[in-house]
Design a protein around this ligand. Structure first.
Ligand code: PEP
Length: 250
């Protein structure tokens, strides 16, 4: 069995000092866990300091976004190369908050996924349907479009290396999570899609995200289809987060 991948998305929370304090505490709490991959995603300003605090530990660092150009007149943007240099090894791409609040499209997700690979980062590509789409029974059409366009041009090897986070939009930050069976059913469809796209390659890790917490994590992770979880709110406090990571490693 593969080690579960447990990623915490801090969104726009935590100063540099907060991030360093958190990572120093977390690295101690998870130092004996090798059956799990644990990653946290601080804001851009805290990336370097968090990565330094995580050095030589089993805590990985992700950025929450990136821009696809290497450098240039792109005010406010941060490139994959800059993120890699700051010490991150992952980058979240296409989070639903970026899609709904900042105009991220499947085409821009695609450019960012490609750029992440070019910079030596592993993309965590987020996909998921809204409540309306779910009620109209369009979930698989939406995921099909998001993957077709978002992963366009990638090699089978790259698709095997990346991480997909299935995050139904209706479950993010709402306290309403998908049932383990529901999540597993959708993951199986995503996995089948990826197998078709890569002619059999089944290595892509598929995470579930959406109101995961200490209470529901064990039941979700008991589903073999889930390779891990992407967690927002419940990742913000190190002791609770470490306990959730321990649950995954158990
Ligand atoms: C997220 O931000 O990706 C997320 C899943 O948030 P939450 O766990 O708070 O629903």
């Amino acid at each position: 069995m593969r080690a579960p991948f447990i990623a915490g998305n801090w969104k726009m929370y935590k100063t540099v000092a907060d991030a360093v304090k958190y990572v120093k505490e977390l690295r101690g709490l998870v130092k004996d866990l090798d059956a799990v991959e644990v990653v946290v995603a601080p804001t851009f300003t805290a990336l370097f300091a968090a990565a330094e605090a995580a050095r030589n530990s089993n805590v990985g660092i992700a950025a929450q976004d990136l821009y696809w150009e290497r450098e240039g007149a792109f005010t406010g943007e941060v490139s994959g190369q800059m993120i890699r240099e700051a010490g991150a090894t992952y980058a979240i791409v296409g989070h639903s908050e970026r899609r709904t609040l900042f105009g991220e499209t499947d085409a821009s997700v695609n450019r960012k996924v490609v750029a992440a690979f070019a910079a030596g980062l592993c993309p965590i590509a987020c996909i998921g349907e809204t409540l309306d789409q779910r009620e109209r029974k369009e979930t698989f059409d939406v995921l099909d479009r998001q993957m077709k366009q978002g992963l366009d041009g990638l090699s089978a090897e790259q698709i095997g290396q990346l991480v997909i986070a299935y995050e139904p939009v209706w479950a993010i930050g709402t306290g309403r999570n998908a049932t383990p069976e529901d999540a597993a059913r959708v993951h199986a469809e995503i996995r089948a899609w990826l197998r078709r796209r890569t002619e059999g390659q089944g290595a892509t890790r598929i995470l579930y995200g959406g109101s995961v917490n200490l209470k529901n994590a064990a039941a979700l992770l008991a589903e073999r289809e889930l390779d891990g979880v992407l967690v927002g709110g419940a990742s913000l406090e190190p002791a609770g987060w470490a306990e959730l990571v321990r649950t995954a490693a158990a």
